[in-house]
Structures are given as structure tokens and as C-alpha cells.
Design a protein around this ligand. Sequence first.
Ligand code: MEZ
Length: 526
Amino acid sequence: MELRALQDLVHKTRDARRPQNLPKFPANERDTLIKKYHPDYRENAYRPIKFGPNAGELTVREVAALLEGDSPVPADLDLTPAHTVDVLVVGGGGAGCAAALHAHAHGAKVLLATKLRLGDSNTVMAQGGMQIAVAPDDSPVQHFLDTLKGGHMKNDHRLLKVLVEEGPSIAKWLLELGVLFDRDPDGNLHVKKGGGSSKPRLLTCSDYTGLELMRVLKDEVLNKKIPLLEFSAAVELLSDGTGACTGAVLQDLDNKRYVVVASKTVILATGGIGRLHIQGFPTSNHYGATGDALPMAYRIGAKLLQIDTFQYHPTGAVYPEQLIGALVTEGIRSEGGQLVNAKGERFVNELDTRDVVSSSIIRECEEGRGVRTVTGRLGVWLDTPLLDVEQGPGTLEKHFPAMVRQFKRYGIDIAKDPVLIYPTLHYQNGGVQIDVNGESGARNLFVAGEASGGLHGRNRLMGNSLLDLMVYGKRSGTTSAERAKTMLQGKLTLEHLARFRAEAKKHVATLVGTSPMLFPDYVRKE
Ligand code: MEZ
């Protein structure tokens, strides 16, 4: 059947589907489904890491290669610093800006270095909202329990307790800075429900939540005149010879020169790994999301956690080709958007957890109930017009202006026609192991936001990453600034790198490739 005819089937079956109430999967069936269809369980995509703090553990081949890559920095690099500060923040997204602002507020001399421009990050692309228990019938305890359930009980309880308890104070801070969260007609903060949550708990700025957060955070960084190095990528850390971090080597992307920064503490806030395109998946992530913190932290000796689990957001665009992998916010499903297969049937409760919904979509496609585009891509429908049918014309335009615009550019009116979607690589569930102040296993090295691991367990709930950025950005910024007051700048050496290279030699003849990779390699190798 042609795409148009399949699309018509969505319209024809709408009235029959509208009242259906599909139950969520019981725990045992959920686990069977995930193990069979979720990309985290494709054995041939994984291999053991050969050396380093996580030697012997399984991760996807792309991440293993990153961790086993060599540093681009030569052993004899001149380590005379170009900058000497208390706190070096690496990364200009939500976690980096929050960390820099709090470190600055605690009296530290801060330098913020970022690979692209200030704000270029996954944060700015976040759409659907930020989970914080502010509603009168909600509580941090309920937020804790929902997140634990969504994470398959594998979340670090201490990190999670801090996250949910500090949420309300973060909402207050952001409101004071000027973030324009959506309001109810009576002026109270409006909360929406996300997948896997028992209560409406998402604070939103329509579907521009991350953009609005970054507008305010960027302004604040500039207003406070926090020194900034743009187009400066961190490529290696510095250590004092005892394993404590003492700074970083940046690379100026304009002239490729190395820039040495001496810093009493370093905060890595470099975001996620979507642009590694694990298992060939398209991604919703920004161009610089190449997991830079992971190899740098690994080489200095910090342990990583749960790097065998990734989030494939159920609704990435499949059509048109220009939008492949782009996020179609979960907010649409939260407001009643239904997932429909090629036979015009629903097949999953759209607000089940993301791993369940993605696995169900993959199952439909693998079992022949997917829709194929002219270029051969498979997907299922997201019935977007249903929102206007249920809530009145103009609902999509009002609640999801970013989504409407995204498709309108290519002549698609999502209020009139459903969109084709398939899971897209969205988030690294694990990352560098941290304590409740964001400090990694390497002393004076902090990690905040998506680059860190443990908080979300094996499946992150919608809206918890924006809160993670703010809470752990704040904690790492505050702790590192206070720590810096009590210490002297340590020696600048590359001893950890020499150790890493020596250990690698015991396992491989030569190190293959360098890391961090900084940018995705889209050049066709034929
Ligand atoms: O937290 C997220 O990943 C999120 C809110 C995404 C979305 O669907 O909008």
C-alpha cells in the first residue's frame, strides 16, 4: 500500500481507537518484551572493554572504541598554563552553565570552555519539560518511587534522593532568574504528565522548554561576565601525579593549538553520546554530542557506571529524510497522541516507560506491521491530528509550536496528517560514576549532567534530565568552589596518561584511533 493510503487508514480508524484504554505491560511481560526487542539486548552490539577502570565489562562497540582510543596530546606537551583558575567548567549546555553560575556565586574564579558556542547542547533541544514535584497532591517521595520504577530499580538511591528533594528549590531559582514556565489560568505553575509517572509533574515552556532554560542561563553567564572560551574543546585532563585532577588541555578549534588550563577543580559537563550513532541509530542529539567526558575521565582513572544501557526515544522522525532521528516530543503522547501500526491498530499504552514503548515499536516493525517509506525506512504512525480532534482545533499549534514548525518547513501539517516515527538514540543512561556532590572517582574531577551515571538506572524518565542538569550542576559548582578555597593549585602533569598508555600496551599492540572524537565522522568511506 502507498504511504498516502496507509495514512488514510489512520484517519479511518481514529473514531474506533479514540476510546480504547490499553493496559500497561505487567512486569514479567515487560521484561520479556524488552529483552527480545530493545537495542540494549542485542548481544552482537556489545564487547568487553579491554583495559582501564572498567576492564572486562560489556559496553557497545562504539563506546568501547572511544574508551580505548589514544589521547591526541603528545607526552612531551609544554604544560605552561595559558589560564589559571579555581574552577574550569567544560561544556556550555545546561549543566555547564548551572555549574559555572553556582561556582561563581560561591566566589570562585571560573573559566567556562565549550566546544561549540555557549548553549550549543542537548539542553537547548529539550522539548517536553522538567520533572519537579511542585503540585499540591505530589511529593518528592512519589517522584523518587516513579523514577526508581522507571529505572528498573537500578538507580543510585543517594543521587536520586538528592535530585527529587532539591527539585522545588531549583524551580524557585529558575523562576527568579526569569524562566517563563507555563501557567494555569489561575496563575499557578501548570504541570503535565509524562510516561512512567504516576502524577502530572512536568514543568514546561510549551515544547521549547530547553530553549527557554538556555535563554535564561546563557544570559546569566554573560551578565555575570564569567570568562568564556568558545570553540575550545577539552581533549585531555591534567593530574598531579597522585591521580587528582589539576586542569585540562583544550584545543582551540580555529588554529588547532593546545591551550593548557591550570585549575584546582574541573567540572566536565559535555553531555551525551548520540552522535556516536550506536548500532547505526539516528539520533535526536546535537552535533557535538560525542561523549567527550567519558574517555577523558576514564584515562585519569574514574570509573564509569551502567555504560551498557542507552535510551532510544520512541518517537524520532522517520519522514521526511531531512528530519531523520529528530525528536517528536513525548508531550504529544502525554496529551493523547496514539501510536498506530500499518493495520490501523494501537499496540501499546503510549505512556508506558520509554524502553517499553520503543521495544513495542521495534516489534511491530520486525513482525511486518510497520510502514515503509520510499527510501526503505520503517516506522509506525503517531496520530497527531487526534489532539485537535479531542481538545479542539488549534491545540497542536498552541501546545506544540516547535513540532508544528519543524514539520511545516517540509510541507507537512501535523494537525491534518499523522507523522511517521521510529526509536531514535536519545540519551546515555549511564556515565561517569559520581557522589552526591558530583565528584568522580578522581579527586577534584566533577562530572555533571548526562555525562555522569547512576542517577537514572537503566531507563530515564521523561523530564528528569533537565532537573539532573540543574541539581548536579549546582552541587558540583558549589562543592568545587568551596573546595578550591581550601587548597593550592597542584602540579600539572600527564602522568595518568603515561600510565594509561603503558597499561594499554599490555593489551593491544597499538591504540586504534584517538578520543575524544569531538565531532561525528560523516565522511563516506568507500
Ligand atoms: O526528558 C526528555 O527526554 C524529554 C522531555 C523529551 C521529550 O520527549 O520531549
